[in-house]
Write a protein that binds this ligand. Structure first.
Ligand code: SR1
Ligand code: MG
Length: 392
């Protein structure tokens, strides 16, 4: 076993960690006492539910950053300081989309902790979708979250000075941006040791993708744009595991990958996760038509919200929307490929216990992703074309 892994396993002691949370809460709320429990199965953080022992006082959620990723402690040493970018992203969202995030109570930099509203009875959207639940307001909530947060933090809305200040601040979230660069845009498209897929069943299509020079060149162009086009504040990891829901409420959380990036990045990731839920619906007995419809309803809500806010006379909003759409389609393909053959998979596919069915669904996903990247502007001229392809 690698030394860093042994060190991580020895040094993490859940009892000491709970005590640290207890001490931090006593500092922030003098005279109050708390019952603290660890919960959650995240990859790079520990999450605690802290219940105030005084009746009627609020329960809060405390997030404590880990300095390694559970999926691979050796390959992914992580900076605790990422919580400051997570905190600052919430500060920005508080200005642009306050109803769609949890309330933040405090950021404790020395202890690497962020305390926020404990949302109840909310559950993680991915879990809800896998259980076949439907959320009538989800598309409108997330579409307008995307429209508002992406426009109001963008270079098209902010003064040059404010935009530059934001870009410079979030550019220092270097390690998390590097993870996105490697895990989303680089490793899945080359023979990387961190990749994993259902093998040998998918070996042929994985090799085809990794040897497709046209596809790789399009993905490389998206990577360059991600690295060099700081258009607006991007959540950076907006999949269905980063959203909490009830039937009538929707909140976006886990903003530690935040930085300035192209507007299309968050939209592509979210729509791709809806597409994967739709492709996996046969295995989970969920409603393919409704899951697919989230793609057009979310896109339309984004487009309406973004267009209504647009007040820039240098570029027409139609031209901007067209550019965002084309990149969104390709980024959907990138997200689906990286969740199927890269290091970080998702429950939609991982929870399929019937191996031949899992391999069949993952193959469908890869074929679809390849089409999204290669045929973005010819075949998928609007969101309905994508839905039609998914339900055909
Ligand atoms: C090393 S972090 C692995 C993955 O978990 C996060 O949710 C991101 O999607 C990242 O790619
Ligand atoms: Mg996360």
């Amino acid at each position: 076993m690698h030394l860093i892994l042994i060190f991580a396993l020895i040094t993490f002691n859940p009892i000491i960690e709970v005590e640290q949370v207890q001490t931090a809460l006593e500092e922030h709320y003098p005279g109050e006492t708390w019952n603290i429990k660890e919960f959650g199965d995240g990859n790079i953080n520990y999450i605690y539910r802290a219940e105030n022992t005084q009746k009627g006082k609020k329960t809060i959620l405390v997030k404590k950053a880990l300095d390694y990723a559970r999926i691979d402690p050796v390959a992914f040493p992580l900076p605790i300081g990422r919580l400051s970018f997570e905190h600052q992203a919430y500060v920005e969202y508080q200005k642009s989309a306050p109803d769609r995030i949890p309330e933040i109570y405090f950021y404790d930099e020395p202890n690497g902790m962020l305390a926020m509203e404990y949302l109840s009875p909310h559950i993680i959207l991915r879990r809800g979708l896998l259980e076949g639940k439907k959320y009538p307001l989800l598309a409108e909530h997330l579409g307008s979250f995307l429209g508002r947060s992406l426009y109001l933090t963008s270079k098209y809305h902010l003064s040059d000075a404010n935009w530059q200040e934001n870009v410079a601040y979030f550019a220092d979230n270097t390690e998390m941006r590097k993870i996105i660069e490697n895990l989303n845009f680089t490793h899945p498209f080359q023979n990387s040791t961190s990749n994993r897929w259902t093998s040998p069943e998918l070996d042929d299509i994985v090799l085809e993708i990794q040897q497709d020079s046209e596809l790789k060149s399009l993905v490389h162009a998206l990577k360059r744009k991600f690295l060099n086009f700081p258009e607006a504040l991007s959540h950076g990891d907006l999949h269905t595991g980063s959203v909490l829901v009830t039937k009538y409420d929707t909140r976006v959380f886990d903003t530690e990958f935040a930085s300035y990036a192209p507007i299309s990045f968050d939209i592509g990731m979210l729509l791709a996760n809806y597409a994967m839920a739709s492709i996996a619906s046969e295995a989970h007995g969920t409603d393919k038509i409704w899951l697919s419809s989230l793609i057009s309803s979310t896109w339309e809500s984004f487009e309406t919200s973004f267009t209504n806010l647009w007040a820039n006379d240098e570029i027409s909003v139609d031209e901007k929307i067209q550019e965002i759409w084309q990149d969104t389609v390709r980024l959907m393909g990138v997200e689906i490929i990286r969740r199927t053959i890269g290091v970080a998979h998702n429950a939609d596919f991982e929870k399929i216990s019937d191996r031949p069915l899992k391999a069949q669904i993952e193959r469908e996903a890869l074929e679809f992703a390849r089409e999204l990247i290669l045929e973005s502007s010819d075949t998928f001229t609007d969101a309905y074309e994508i839905e039609a392809r998914l339900v055909s």
